[in-house]
Design a protein. Sequence first.
Length: 369
Amino acid sequence: MTFSLPDFRRKWSCRGYMSAGAAMVTAALGLVLLLAERAEARKYPAPLDIFGLGTPRPRAAVHAARTPLPRPRPEEAPKALEKAPEEAPAEAEGKPSPDQPSADKPADAASPPQKQPSACRLALTEDVAIAPSIPDIRGPGACGGEDLVRLEAIVLPDKRKVTVKPAAILRCTMASAIVDWVRKDMVPLAASLGSPISELDNFDSFECRGRNRVAGAMLSEHGKANAIDIRAIKLANGQSIGLTDRTVSREVRERVLHSVCTRFSTVLGPGSDWYHEDHIHLDLALRRNDYRICQWNVWDPLPQVAPLLPAERPEEAPPREAAATPEAQGGADDEAAEKSSPPEDKPASEQKAQSSKPATNKPATKKRR
């Protein structure tokens, strides 16, 4: 079986493939021309464009919603206050106000509105106390509180200042009660002692802890900034009146007792428990039916105890007589025996009778002084 080039061309001709390639090139050119014509036709509306291949239809015009304008300002209305001159340049330069939101400072990040001061805060002015406000405290559990102040000093009616050492962190209501107590009760007491009051010894104020510092106990009023512990009141002449000092006059301590039990809802001192033997606890705890606790025993002064050692003997005192020793006592007994011996001129019968009597030893007696 033989093959030749003419037979190969006759059986496997390549003209079909060549004609298919030419058709593909022709179709591609026709597609390009069609797209070009379509792009040109978009510039002009086609009358019979049923398939939407021509120029797209324009959308209907969107009408913006009308914003209602405010009513005109009446003529009898008061005029707006003119802005301060120092703010005008900033607005003219286009600088945003620190209180107004801007691109860098959105409206959400603007400063929150300031909290309005309470009636207690408005009443606790610099004329009665040096007590600046401090931020609210949010401690663990229920510790802390709102409307807090740092009581640094109490201003008396004569403009003298009673320093609180150290400064006490308290609620405004508790600080106000301390100020009234010092100004109205302690000032007359100090005047009766001959010297004005100068300092208040603060043993403890705000502290996030349980009662009596016992782990797991109920939250103390100290943890709520609603209590203070006071040890002493100091006068300008240097005298210190310890509220639990038994050497201080009982009358003075009783006057302090009656004053604090009238003003505060809780008073704990000596006799309440052994935690308050050296200071006085004061607070304004709220209880049902306005129940109050006043446990403070004003003890009597300590008795005067005689000294254990005897007083020294003065030099001008006469010398003391020496006590009789056993040897000296024996010699005295011999002398007494010689004196009691019978004389020689007595008859022998009498001497024998006396010798037959039993001898009695009398105990020696010392001279008492």
